[in-house]
Write a protein that binds this ligand. Structure first.
Ligand code: TXA
Ligand code: MG
Length: 328
């Protein structure tokens, strides 16, 4: 199925899911930390491993849209239309939950988030398992998401016995989340599938979430964050601040959009790909690499304002949230 995962690996991973154990697996967005979504005990292990608050709901991953009816009820026609157009793929639908969905999965809310991933290893795992796999991104709570099997190991060490290695995740940032549980579709989390693509498929505008919309964790708080303080700014400010912090004896790492680096002693500089797809694909790996450089700050050059960069800007703003005061 891939160079690294065989059908025997899938069969072993499914046995572990059935035994109530955690299985980390690749998706096209980021790696997930999976458990049998119908088992409260198994799902609790996810929260324990991640250090995630119990009221933050999980996405249920299924092999195809036919399984929607096992998890959700009162599914509006526009949700079926989105599923038909974008699944398998990086889109998550929030729907009214059916009675059998454990509270442990939904954080006690009356909705459930569902997604059909396209990665061949995720597909093979879900087809062999047959049921739903609850999976958040495979990182410790608040940390940078994992886009390779090695990143998953970095986050969890041996506490997760089974990590399926499907190579580097293609998209690199988490799925777009659309609320389909109320009157009309609303964007809850931007992702690689853009509002423009969704509106084209729907034929109607997407609403922004209002105060009654289902909660999405990480909506404001620090999230997707390295240990090193992250600061987001325009390119000329990056250079200015890199100079002045270095003069103060601090070590600086930069996620830039150009290879034209200033000559500064000890500066760590990554030039990110110029296109949004390449930038997203490398984003979390770049943040991890800069975090490991042992610097006092990571300065990130603002990405472009264009629509295709919405989800990237969202992740960068959150990874920088709360870092302002830390640097002093
Ligand atoms: O791309 C992805 O979506 C990845 C891969 C592994 O599928 N998963 C992922 O999961 O990003 P996680 O747990 O890191 O983020 C899921 C988001 C959270 O912000 C959570 O609050 C929201 O989905 N969510 C889950 N269930 C929800 C619900 N019923 N209502 C509103 N938001 C929900
Ligand atoms: Mg996450």
């Amino acid at each position: 199925m891939t160079n690294t995962v065989s059908q025997a690996d899938i069969v072993r991973a499914v046995a572990q899911l059935r035994a109530g154990e955690l299985v980390a697996f690749p998706t096209e967005t980021v790696y997930g930390l999976g458990a049998d979504a119908s088992s409260v005990d198994a799902v609790r292990k996810i929260y324990a491993a991640k250090g995630r608050p119990a009221d933050h709901p999980l996405i249920v991953h299924v092999a195809d849209a036919v399984q929607l009816a096992n998890w959700a009820r009162d599914i509006p026609p526009y949700a079926h239309a989105l599923a038909k157009k974008f699944w398998p793929g990086p889109l998550t639908l929030v729907l009214k939950r059916s009675a059998n969905v454990p509270d442990a999965v939904t954080g006690g809310q009356d909705t459930v988030a569902i997604r059909v991933p396209s990665h061949p290893v995720a597909q093979a795992l879900l087809r062999e398992f047959g049921g739903g796999v609850a999976a958040p991104s495979a990182n410790r709570f608040g940390h940078v998401s994992a886009t390779t099997a090695a990143h998953v190991r970095e986050e969890f060490g041996d506490t997760v016995a089974c990590v399926l290695d499907g190579g580097a995740a293609d998209v690199g940032i988490e799925s777009t989340i659309i609320d389909c549980s109320r009157d009309g579709p609303a964007l809850l989390r931007p992702g690689w599938i853009t509002p423009q693509q969704l509106e084209k498929a729907l034929g109607t505008p997407l609403a922004a979430p209002d105060k009654h919309a289902p909660r999405v964790s990480g909506a404001l708080e620090k999230h997707y964050a390295p240990q090193t303080p992250v600061m987001l700014m325009e390119g000329d400010l990056v250079v200015e601040l890199a100079h002045s912090l270095t003069r103060q004896g601090k070590r600086v790492a930069v996620l830039a959009r150009t290879a034209l680096r200033p000559v500064i002693e000890g500066l760590v500089w990554i030039a990110a790909p110029a296109d949004a797809a390449g930038y997203a694909h490398n984003l979390y790996a770049n943040l991890r690499e800069l975090d490991h450089a042992g610097c006092d700050a990571i300065l990130v050059e603002q990405p472009p304002e264009q629509a295709g960069w919405l989800a990237i800007r969202d992740r960068l703003v959150r990874s920088a949230a709360g870092s302002g005061e830390t640097l002093g």
